[in-house]
Design a protein around this ligand. Structure first.
Ligand code: TYD
Ligand code: MG
Length: 412
């Protein structure tokens, strides 16, 4: 039987503490030298936290983590453990990335027990484990990379981070189904989960947080893979709009908030006569169900006969537009393609679309308008609702629209 009260305390049984009794150090953060990464982490890495960096093989996870060693090494001791490359291979890569520090220690090892022993002895400030799929615990008989091994190793690294205040970065390869070592087995265990994404055909990479115990998950970091490693892209809009066709129907520029930053991106749509009984809809970079809803609104409230057209929607640059303000540009891109009319390339569209075809107010309008202006656009469609006080930067004409009919009639 469990004994309560004084007796319990004397025999070493822990009791819950009141809020006042709990001691805590305030959160200690350090910068990684990459502003884009710091932003996604919520303002730098937190001491004693475990950050999982996931992504497809070859996307640049090892490059990212080796690259930050240069700056981390200025003040902190870093142990980089690789189960994938030999020490000399890592050194070659470090040379290429111009990583020069005396505080970086390399270890090629896959046995978790050995890694933990060496870490306890060396007491680094930061441990990088690349990758979790290559590590194995001797206490577990299943093979490296199996769900139970990956779980055990992550748990041990988590205990190391919490117990000794070491900040741990763990690389996790994402398999074809898009989850790290099986069905997202690690996400609930760790403090932060960052995904590194990109299109193989392009050099840019987007880092986003799927989970962050110490910050928001809205921010994205944008990089470009160059010969000498990852280069930060502080103004992603320029990159996302580069190479945009200006005289073709079926394209419209959106402005969405990615965390605290407004970002411009091109939405393309193709409406083509269908040969199916049920018209096809496909989406890349935009929510599929939202697109179906918008196409229905466009048909019913905008008077476009889309039920005889397949509609394909694509957001250029690998960005996922999951913000209501992207409704209007998606809808206008589809209408532009359907009508075969070019949407003016100097115009941006911002607005949420409701089921009656009304254009609804969006947040952060003035911030968005400054970004639209900064990129040289001359006109911007905005919701009439809630925008009475919005002022346009000089040289940017605001077109306030109440519903999708007004928006279509004005632009197409
Ligand atoms: P890598 O970091 O090894 O990917 P991951 O750890 O996610 O599997 O990145 C490998 C790719 O990056 C590879 O295709 C080569 C390319 N790369 C560059 O283009 N420039 C560089 O400076 C480096 C180090 C890699
Ligand atoms: Mg790697």
């Amino acid at each position: 039987m469990v004994k309560a009260g004084k007796q319990g305390q004397e025999s070493g049984i822990r009791r819950p503490k009141t809020l006042q009794e709990v001691d805590c150090d305030s959160e200690i953060r350090f910068h990684t030298g990459l502003t884009e990464l710091d932003r996604v982490l919520g303002g730098g890495a937190v001491k004693g936290s475990l950050v999982l960096v996931g992504g497809a093989p070859g996307i640049g996870k090892s490059t990212l983590l080796l690259q930050i060693c240069s700056d981390l090494g200025k003040n902190l001791r870093v142990l980089y453990v690789s189960g994938e490359e030999s020490e000399s291979q890592i050194k070659l890569r470090a040379n290429r990335l111009n990583v020069q520090t005396e505080n970086l220690f390399l270890l090629s090892e896959t046995d978790l027990g050995t890694i933990l022993e060496i870490t306890q002895e060396m007491k680094p400030d930061v441990l990088i484990a690349d990758s979790i799929q290559t590590l194995y615990s001797r206490e577990n008989t299943s093979s490296p990379g199996s769900v139970s091994q990956v779980k055990d190793c992550t748990m041990a690294l988590m205990q190391l981070a919490k117990g000794s205040g070491i900040t741990v970065f763990v690389v996790g390869h994402v398999n074809k189904e898009g989850s790290i070592a099986g069905p997202k087995v690690l996400e609930h265990m760790v403090d932060c989960v960052l995904y590194f994404e990109g299109e193989s055909a392009h050099n840019y990479r987007i880092l986003r947080a799927a989970k962050n115990r110490f910050g928001s998950t809205n921010e994205i970091g944008v990089f470009e893979m160059a010969d000498s490693g990852l280069r930060e892209v502080p103004n992603p809009s320029e990159m996302l709009l580069s190479g945009r066709p200006t005289h073709a129907p079926g394209t419209c520029v959106a402005c969405v908030m990615e965390g605290t930053r407004p970002v411009l991106a091109e939405v393309q749509a193709l409406a083509a006569r269908t040969t199916f009984n049920v018209p096809r809809r496909t989406c890349d970079g935009f929510d599929f169900n939202r697109a179906i809803l918008l196409m229905a609104v466009l048909e019913k409230r905008g008077g476009l006969n889309l039920s005889s057209s397949d509609v394909y929607i694509n957001v250029i640059g690998g960005l996922q537009l999951d913000e209501p303000a992207a409704d209007l540009p998606v809808l206008l891109a589809a209408a532009s393609s359907y009508r075969e009319k070019v949407f003016d390339s100097g115009t941006v569209a911002i607005g949420e679309v409701g089921l009656t075809g009304e254009i609804r107010a969006v947040s952060h309008l003035s911030q968005r308008l400054s970004e639209v202006h900064r990129l040289g656009f001359t006109r911007c469609l905005i919701p009439k609702q809630g925008s009475a006080k919005a002022e346009a930067p000089q040289g940017l004409e605001l077109i306030r629209v109440r519903n999708i009919r007004e928006a279509i009639e004005f632009t197409l």
